[in-house]
Write a protein that binds this ligand. Sequence first.
Ligand code: 13P
Length: 334
Amino acid sequence: MDKQRLVQTAQALVAKGKGILAADESSGTIKRRFDTINVESTEENRRNYREMLFRTAGVNEFISGVILFDETIRQDAADGSSMVKVLSDQGIIPGIKVDKGTIPLPESPDELVTEGLDGLRDRLKEYVELGAGFTKWRAVISISDSTPSQYCIAANAHSLARFAALSQEAGLVPIVEPEILRDGDHDIDRCFEVTEETLREVFDQLAQQKVDLEGMLLKPSMVISGGAAANRAGPDEVADRTIGAFKRVLPASVPGVVFLSGGEPDDSVTANLNSMNQKADAAGAPWELSFSFGRSLQGAPLAAWAGKVENTEAAALAFYNRASLTGAARRGQG
Ligand code: 13P
């Protein structure tokens, strides 16, 4: 493992004003996204849509890296150059989702555990050859009256750490993503509590499995009220509670946090990120507070594209606008 390279890549991904585009929707998820615009999920449509995002002029001012799905890291753009080259030529680091999705947790079927460790060491070697600089693994934690169980948190934290250790061994920066779902009518205090408990376990496992914290990034959810809660907390409170939870459990040696957007409305996501960056210095937050958004960056361009070649320019403009607003929030200038 080349520690220096890991650290440099992690820092480049959270460079000031920049963050990550998550374009690693699995086959099932991209089909659901395309269903919303009545477009068939063919390989060509997926290529055209993602190539539109990747070729958006000027977007590299705000985007440091893109997370790809297995199909895309092997795919060529319309002109025959690889999608990886389209990104690298603009100074954007290609990354790869390496988990294989979730299955019900044995003996706790309302909860999920993420699969994908079998054969991972060999798959990572191949991804390095294909040009990846970093990896992502998503674990899912749900909040309800009876969840999350300690068992679910422990099982997922263990796999996240196994993934992270194997990634670093291969020279790839792991993005460790324990997503706490927004579904439910719980209040922000409950989300705070679950966030603290989950991150405590994740960092305990990362330490046990000898993961180098300087060469990784955390991809958490923000500490927010449940999506169906009455009187949902605003950006001020979200920023205070999120930074507050991190200060209890997130070591200062982790260079940065790249939030997921989680299906929150675009405006809230941007306002929350902005508030966090405005408060970071005064709150003594030592980490870069950045983004790794899927839906919040892609909702507008997906709708503008609608599967039609003639909409490519309008879709690219919609993507540029979302990336630019997100980049401003990342600097606390939104
Ligand atoms: P969202 O921003 O849409 O939550 O997606 C981020 C992601 O990569 C989830 O794994």
